[in-house]
Design a protein around this ligand. Structure first.
Ligand SMILES: *Cc1c(COP(=O)(O)O)cnc(C)c1O
Length: 387
């Protein structure tokens, strides 16, 4: 059976160039980069390169890059680390209803600790209004956290405008850029972002490595105390293999990006058009233009998303219902609910997220499978009346 992977927002396969580059770090290069001897020195050299490669990709300085254990850690470090550092200046945080659980649950944790959090709503297309951010600002606001790209809909949020607002008011701005990396340009020179989160496994590097960007001069509290690694911002002997792989992935996809994203966007267009041509009662969820090139969130009305996911999986096609982080639960997606999409329509939403491994054949195969599967499921649905 053909295998088609349309779940690249959940995780990506490691890029072959990256895998090859990382191999010696399971063997020959085993040193601790803090050691002064040859074993430490040779590893330190590669580790420095990785930091530089990551910085180059987002137009930052190497000293502004902190390697972490994952995107979730970066989000937690940014939100809690800033909140703790500024606890005497204020206790109010502004974020949105559609953030990743790593930001939302870090905020909930802070609420239990006496912080006050405003969760901004989105419109029917999943967009937030920069003016709403401005209106939510109070004297005691210490942090604004808004993601660059939403993992479920692929929407790009107006972080350029929000950054300007944050700067005007002297408030720290954090952005979860995990899904934006590699899919759209990120320029820390021109964005007014103080803190930003990234994850290796979303950009063709292995799982278990993330980055927290901390702009020069910004101070946040550490979450992991110990040795002096990462400029005393994140203790613990470094995940060298993860970091060098992440660095190599940054270098590699920066070169590939322009061509790949155009190709992927064309494939997604072919997939969307093909589905809309062949299947009726399909709702497009998200903003039609302000979005990533690879993501498609569609509700197949009268069909349970979980059933559709399983039926597609039986045909070798991997998609997700809601987000990978909330699947396993049958709760409708918090992102789609925030868009005021009716719960039944949320429950019938699946996400198809394409990546560098996908081909036209993948799309055509999916188009040959999806209509039959949807029709079959609808025939079993008591809610569906044949038109
Ligand atoms: C995947 C993801 C994360 C979490 O990254 P991990 O490395 O899996 O912890 C955070 N934010 C967004 C938007 C994501 O898509």
């Amino acid at each position: 059976m053909r295998k088609v992977y349309f779940d690249n927002n959940a995780t990506t396969p490691v890029h072959p160039v990256v895998a090859e580059f990382a191999k010696p770090f399971l063997g020959e290069f085993f040193g601790n980069p803090s050691s002064l001897h040859w074993a430490g020195r040779e590893v330190r050299c590669f580790f420095n390169d990785a930091r530089e490669q990551a910085a180059n990709m987002i137009h930052a300085q190497p000293s502004e890059i902190v390697f972490t254990g994952c995107g979730s850690e970066s989000d937690n470090h940014a939100v809690k680390g800033l909140a703790y550092a500024k606890r005497d200046e204020g206790r109010h945080i502004i974020t949105t209803m559609i953030e990743h659980p790593a930001v939302l649950n870090a905020c909930k944790h802070l609420q239990a600790d006496g912080y006050d959090v405003t969760y901004l709503p989105v419109d029917g297309e999943g967009q937030i209004e920069p003016d709403d951010v401005k209106k939510a600002i109070r004297n005691d606001t210490i942090l604004i956290s808004v993601m660059y790209a939403n993992n479920e809909t692929g929407n790009l949020l107006p972080i350029r405008e929000i950054g300007e607002i944050a700067k005007e008011h002297g408030i720290t701005f954090h952005s979860d850029m995990v899904q934006a990396m590699g899919k759209t340009d990120i320029d820390m020179d021109s964005l007014k972002v103080d803190l930003a989160s990234f994850s290796g496994h979303k950009v063709y590097a292995p799982k278990g490595v993330g980055i927290l960007y901390i702009r020069e001069g910004r101070e946040i509290e550490s979450l992991i105390h110990g040795g002096h690694q990462e400029g005393s911002r994140r203790a613990g002997t470094e995940n060298i293999m993860g970091a060098v792989a992440f660095g190599k992935a940054c270098e590699t996809i920066t070169k590939e990006m322009a061509g790949e994203n155009g190709r992927i966007e064309t494939l997604r267009g072919r997939l969307l058009d093909g589905i809309l041509e062949r299947v009726d009662h399909v709702r497009f969820n998200g903003h039609p233009t302000r979005r990533l090139p690879n993501t498609l969130n569609l509700s197949f009305e009268y069909v349970e998303a979980e059933s559709l996911l399983i039926a597609l999986d039986l045909n070798g096609i991997a998609v997700s219902s809601g987000s990978a982080c909330s699947s396993g639960s049958t709760e409708p997606s918090h992102v789609l609910l925030a868009m005021r999409i009716p719960p039944e329509t949320c429950q019938s939403a699946i996400r198809l997220s394409l990546g560098r491994g996908n081909t036209e054949e993948d799309v055509d195969y999916a188009l040959s499978v999806i209509p039959g599967v949807v029709t079959g499921l609808r025939e079993m649905s008591p809610l569906y009346k044949r038109p």
